[in-house]
Design a protein around this ligand. Structure first.
Ligand SMILES: CC(C)(COP(=O)(O)OP(=O)(O)OC[C@H]1O[C@@H](n2cnc3c(N)ncnc32)[C@H](O)[C@@H]1OP(=O)(O)O)[C@@H](O)C(=O)NCCC(=O)NCCS
Length: 181
């Protein structure tokens, strides 16, 4: 697989903008609510720690078969950042698989932002070489399950570290038949 590179993805209300280190200052307050970590563990980063995290993420994966793709979610009309989406894309024997995740800051939740961003992200992945999209979601996390469903993923019976594996297979469009001569 050639390494995928994040591009701007535009949806009805949102621009998903490839993550830059300079986004850390605006994102730190967006992600400052400890409640964002209820289902995923951890705690909010200080602006300095977020800057270091973004520096590591934007440096990219050391493994050439893995792409780390990260976007901030910009609400176009308000011209402000509201959260992030990410995809870790791995190529291997089973085709190209993307594991996706999302976060929306507490003041911005409940407006369909994560669902719209996730749909845009999964559509973008489907237009590239990705065949399978996965997400791992805590069984009690109804909002995140709603986001996954909005992006066309369905829950499976598989668990990974106590989280449910959600799955979507992306059909490749059939190649048109060559016309008979
Ligand atoms: C999960 C998260 C991204 C949802 O963001 P959001 O922008 O509020 O989500 P949306 O408004 O797009 O809502 C998505 C769906 O969840 C539902 N939903 C939203 N908040 C909910 C809540 N508190 N309880 C139950 N359902 C909820 C919505 O009704 C919607 O479902 P619908 O499409 O059937 O109407 C946000 O809660 C978050 O960042 N949580 C912390 C980080 C996290 O846990 N990320 C997930 C890691 S897998």
């Amino acid at each position: 697989m050639s390494t995928l590179v994040a591009e701007v993805i535009s949806t009805g209300r949102l621009d998903l903008v490839p993550l830059r280190v300079g986004h850390a200052e605006e994102m730190a307050p967006v992600l400052s609510d400890p409640g964002l970590h209820t289902f995923t563990g951890g705690a909010p980063d200080t602006p300095e720690a977020l800057r270091s995290r973004y520096r590591r993420l934007t440096a990219g994966s050391p493994d050439p078969d893995v792409s780390w793709l990260n976007w901030v979610i910009r609400l176009r009309d308000a011209s402000c950042l509201t959260g992030t989406v990410q995809a870790t894309v791995t190529s291997g024997g089973h085709g190209t698989v993307a594991e996706v995740a999302w976060v929306v800051g507490t003041p911005w939740q409940g407006r369909g932002i994560a669902g719209e961003a996730a749909r845009g992200l999964v559509d973008w992945l489907g237009q590239r070489s990705v065949h399978t999209v996965l997400a791992h979601i805590h069984p009690g996390h109804r909002a995140s399950a709603g986001v996954a469903a909005a992006a066309g993923l369905v829950p499976t019976d598989l668990r990974h570290e106590g989280e449910i594996r959600w799955y979507r297979s992306i059909e490749r469009p059939e190649r048109p038949e060559r016309p008979e001569r």
